[in-house]
Structures are given as structure tokens and as C-alpha cells.
Design a protein around this ligand. Structure first.
Ligand code: DAH
Length: 311
């Protein structure tokens, strides 16, 4: 109100009428020019402040970059990939069979009829419609024989399920890899030679193997295959419970009844099979002490496999 422009306007009243238009016009023009200049300057200041804020507050080139959080490959998958590669190079098909299967393929066709005591070895999750969650990958054996012309060889890796209490070495869900080899004149010598080769491939060095008799209705003879402990080289350590040997995979020559169930003549065709505990193998490979860690989904466990490759 005490500004020069206001004062000038007040002078207007005291002026002679003929002077008023020119003076009034000059005052108005001055007033417009000043407020226009102020408006411009205000806008300029505002944009300067914005620019400064952008530089000072929002962009700090010295801050560390944002690290990308990458997923890791699960150790079960890593080992499964490696096995696929080894077996494929040896002429095996890699097959994928259903997790929900029938009594026939999981038991009956494997020479385990209803009421056979061997059914108690594998506590089963039964579905309401009579199907089941496969208790072992052996359920794929007869399917494979029906699907392929002999001779052929195949592995089928996958999840299997058992209705049992869990602890450090038992899970209701775990992974196996079934191996199946069908040909003429297959012998135990052939089985042992094949197992030795593939175990050496898996572990990347010569492996000692030992066979003990093992009972499974779908093989005859059946074996438990042990390998010389890779941690102590047979000297005795906690991993092998000081015995120098670690139980690794059951195997055997396929029972003639199973060959028959697969639609083949056991006089002409024989074979061997094995059931590798993939979960167990992963635990040995990475020294994992509790099987529940494998499927527990704990990110602290999984992150440890960042960038791990099986050379
Ligand atoms: N299926 C058996 C199990 O899970 C393991 C097994 C034993 C598989 C002998 C085989 C075999 O192929 O020949 O307990």
C-alpha cells in the first residue's frame, strides 16, 4: 500500500482532469510491467528450485547401484541336469511319467500283488478314486516297456511320495532317478559294469562299488549297491559311519514277471534296473545334513547355490 505505484495512483485524484488520462495510462502500464516482471521471476525461481532439488535430493551419483536379485538353480535340478547329460550321452532316453499313478503300475505290474508284504515297505498316499501318489519311480518301468520297442534304455527322474513321519533323513516327498535297460542276454556283469561307469561319470573319478543282496519283488537277483566313501576314501569317517562304504542305490536284473507285464517275452528279453536316490545323492554331493532343507523353500539355504555349476 505504501508502494510507489499506489502513491502515484492516489495523485490521480488531485490532478487536473485533462492530465488524468495520460498519467493514468502511464501508471497502469508501469503497474502491468512490474507485476509481469515479478511473475516471470517467480516462475524462474520455481524452476531453479526444482532443478536444484533434482540434483541435490533425487539424484546422488555416489549411491551404490541397485543389485539385481537373481534366482538360483536348485541343487536337485543341478544334479538332475548333470545326470540327464551323462545318460543321454550313453544312449538313454529321458522320460517323464505321472506322479499320480495306478495301483497297477506302482505295485501290481512290479510283481507286488495286493496283500503282498512288500507293500508295507512303502507307505502310500491313496486317492479317493483308487489312484495313488507313486511311491517310487519304478512305477514307470512297465509303462516304458509298453511305450518302446526293445532293445532300449531310459532313465526317468522325478518326485515320489511316502506317507511317513519326517525327520532329518525322511521326507514325504523326495526325488529318485529310475534307470531301465532292456536288451538280449543281459547279465549281472553287465549291470555292474554299467553302474561303475555311470557312478564314475557322476562323481568325476574312479569309484569303488560293492554289491550286497537286497530284496525287491521286481528284481531277481536284487542288490544294494554301495560305493567306497568319497569323503574319507574308505578310511572311515562320520559320513560312512566308519565303515568306508555308503549305501547308494538298489538295483537288479528285472524279474521275468515284470518283463511279461511289459508285454515282452522273458525268454528273449531281459534287463536291469536301478533306483537312484537323487535326494540322497544331492545331500552327499553338497554335504547337506537335513533332507527337509531340500524342499523347505528357505531362501537362506537356496541362495548358497548361487552360481554353482557342476564342472
Ligand atoms: N523302487 C525301489 C524303492 O524305491 C528302489 C529300487 C530297487 C529300484 C531295485 C529299482 C531296483 O529299479 O532294481 O525302494
Amino acid at each position: 500500500r505504501k508502494g510507489k505505484i499506489r502513491q502515484a495512483m492516489r495523485l490521480l485524484g488531485k490532478m487536473a482532469p485533462e492530465e488524468r488520462p495520460t498519467f493514468g495510462k502511464a501508471v497502469n502500464e508501469t503497474s502491468d510491467a512490474v507485476s509481469g516482471a515479478m511473475e516471470n521471476r517467480r516462475a524462474e525461481l520455481a524452476s531453479e528450485r526444482l532443478g536444484a532439488a533434482l540434483v541435490d535430493d533425487l539424484f546422488d551419483p555416489t549411491l551404490p547401484g541397485k543389485r539385481e536379485n537373481r534366482g538360483t538353480v536348485h541343487p536337485l535340478t543341478l544334479l538332475d541336469w548333470r545326470l540327464d547329460e551323462i545318460f543321454r550321452s550313453m544312449g538313454f532316453y529321458i522320460l517323464d511319467y505321472p506322479e499320480v499313478d495306478s495301483d497297477f503300475f506302482n505295485f501290481e505290474a512290479l510283481n507286488i500283488p495286493a496283500d503282498h508284504p512288500a507293500r508295507d515297505m512303502q507307505d502310500t498316499f491313496w486317492l479317493d478314486d483308487g489312484h495313488l501318489l507313486r511311491t517310487h519311480t519304478s512305477a514307470g518301468q512297465v509303462r516304458a516297456m509298453k511305450n518302446f520297442e526293445p532293445p532300449f534304455r531310459a532313465i526317468f527322474p522325478g518326485r515320489v511320495f511316502r506317507y511317513e513321519a519326517t525327520d532329518a533323513s525322511h521326507e514325504h516327498t523326495f526325488h529318485q532317478v529310475e534307470g531301465l535297460y532292456i536288451d538280449r542276454e543281459v547279465s549281472v556283469a553287465n549291470l555292474i559294469a554299467s553302474m561303475k561307469t555311470l557312478l564314475s561319470e557322476i562323481f568325476g573319478r574312479e569309484v569303488l562299488v560293492r554289491l550286497r543282496p537286497g530284496y525287491f519283488p521286481f528284481v531277481e537277483p536284487g542288490f544294494e549297491l554301495d560305493i567306497g566313501c568319497l569323503v574319507c576314501n574308505g578310511g572311515g569317517c562320520p559320513v560312512c559311519k566308519k565303515s568306508g562304504w555308503v549305501e547308494l542305490l538298489p538295483c537288479g536284473l528285472i524279474h521275468p514277471n515284470v518283463i511279461k507285464a511289459g508285454g515282452l517275452d522273458p525268454e528273449e528279453w531281459q534287463g536291469w534296473a536301478f533306483g537312484l536316490g537323487l535326494s540322497r545323492l544331492v545331500m552327499m554331493r553338497y554335504q547337506i545334513e537335513d533332507i527337509r532343507l531340500l524342499l523347505g523353500g528357505d531362501i537362506r539355504f537356496l541362495e548358497q547355490f548361487q552360481g554353482t555349476g557342476l564342472e
